[in-house]
Design a binder for this molecule. Structure first.
Ligand SMILES: [Zn+2]
Length: 378
């Protein structure tokens, strides 16, 4: 066998507290370099087994895959929700999924960012849209739950390997070493399974059927996630406790974590985008843009009237958009005769939560935003 000394490097795997060896490694007469990471089977391993490094590299590849999907989607003129979801799950997520059984024990912001970007693109909203709203509209399983799927699969696989296999023996050895003093992969997984009330399956000593573990773990992980999500959409203040939560109106018409009907409908992309922006509270109206100019809420006035320009104002009160209101009111009253007698906020909630009014509301939102930008550009 011949070894290429130029391509051979040394990595010293060790805890953070230990300094790197200063031994000179040789291959023939050639001194080998000591490096801090190397790629093994496509997975970057850092000298301190810092999985943030691994996840970042994975996120970069996934970002390229997502870019390709987005370009395809634009070129073809848009996909339906089911097709887009299927393509994401088969083109982008597998890039992240590979090896995530090893590094995916916790949530990584770089991985979540890819996932959120994919959902934002479909909805046609900008990057300042609160993630809680985007996640709630699309109803996709969050990355941490998907990561735990691969972890559970690996766990089941190791539990059913024959004892003759060396990886089974290595796994049993690593499991026996796991303790609060040796916080290895097994320690973390066992702890998590115990915290999820799955202590029956928290060792690989007994055989666990394929998918059996994840079927039990998934509802529990989803419950945890949904509880956190509910807290974030109902929060009164912003995340850093400065200002108010952007989702001031969102929580009025959204309570269940489930894909929204309008995402599944075939709507013109621009209509869906305007509708999403209104729902998520990020439509380019003064109530939102005033935020970036540090204006008080009472100073975020409409350019044409002396009222605060928010979603209710442009939809129900501003005289500039009167032409679009007639059709909207007509359709809404057809569905609910008492519509015109409702308060503005009730009207808003009604329009954005009634499946029969999605098309007309989406069209009106789009027309309002288009007219507004045309007038503003003059
Ligand atoms: Zn106005």
């Amino acid at each position: 066998m011949k070894i290429n000394p130029i391509k051979s490097k040394i990595v010293h795997f060790r805890p953070n507290s230990i300094t790197r060896v200063d031994i000179v490694f040789k291959c023939g007469d050639f001194n080998l370099d000591i490096v801090d990471r190397y790629t093994y089977l496509g997975l970057v391993l850092h000298e301190h087994l810092d999985y943030n490094v691994t996840a970042k590299v994975v996120a970069q590849s996934a970002s390229r895959a997502l870019g390709l999907l987005i370009a395809k989607c634009k070129a073809i003129g848009g996909f339906t929700y089911d097709v887009y979801t299927k393509l994401y799950n088969s083109l982008v997520w597998p890039v992240i999924d590979y090896g995530s059984a090893i590094w995916g024990l916790k949530s990584f912001s770089c991985i979540n960012a890819i996932h959120n970007r994919a959902m934002r693109f479909f909805l046609g909203v900008g990057k300042y849209t609160p993630n809680a709203a985007v996640v709630g509209e699309m109803g996709w399983d969050p990355p941490i739950v998907r990561q735990w799927k691969t972890i559970c699969n690996l766990w089941c696989r190791m539990s059913s390997l024959s004892f003759r296999r060396i990886n089974r023996r290595v796994a049993l050895w690593a499991q026996s070493k796991a303790s609060s003093r040796c916080r290895n992969w097994f320690y973390t997984v066992m702890n998590r399974l115990t915290s999820l009330d799955c202590h029956v399956y928290s060792t690989i000593n007994q055989h666990i059927g394929k998918n059996m573990l994840f079927d039990i773990v998934k509802p529990k992980l989803m419950d945890e996630f949904i509880n956190e999500w509910k807290v974030s959409i109902n929060r009164v203040n912003g995340i850093r406790n400065v200002g108010r939560n952007k989702l001031r109106t969102y929580s009025l018409f959204k309570s269940n974590f489930d894909v929204e009907q309008y995402c599944k409908m075939i709507l013109p992309h621009q209509h869906r985008s305007a509708f999403s922006k209104f729902r998520c509270g990020v439509a380019p109206l003064r109530i939102e843009t005033g935020r970036y100019e540090n204006l008080n809420v009472i100073d975020r006035k409409c350019t044409f009237c002396n009222a605060i320009e928010d979603e209710c104002h442009v939809l129900f009160n501003c005289h500039i958009y009167g032409e679009y209101r007639q059709e909207l009111y007509m359709k809404a009253e057809h569905v609910c005769p008492a519509f015109s007698n409702m308060t503005d906020i009730d009207k808003l909630v009604y329009l954005f939560s009634n499946p029969q009014l999605i098309r007309i509301t989406a069209k009106t939102c789009f027309n309002i935003l288009r007219k507004r930008s045309l007038i503003m550009c003059k």
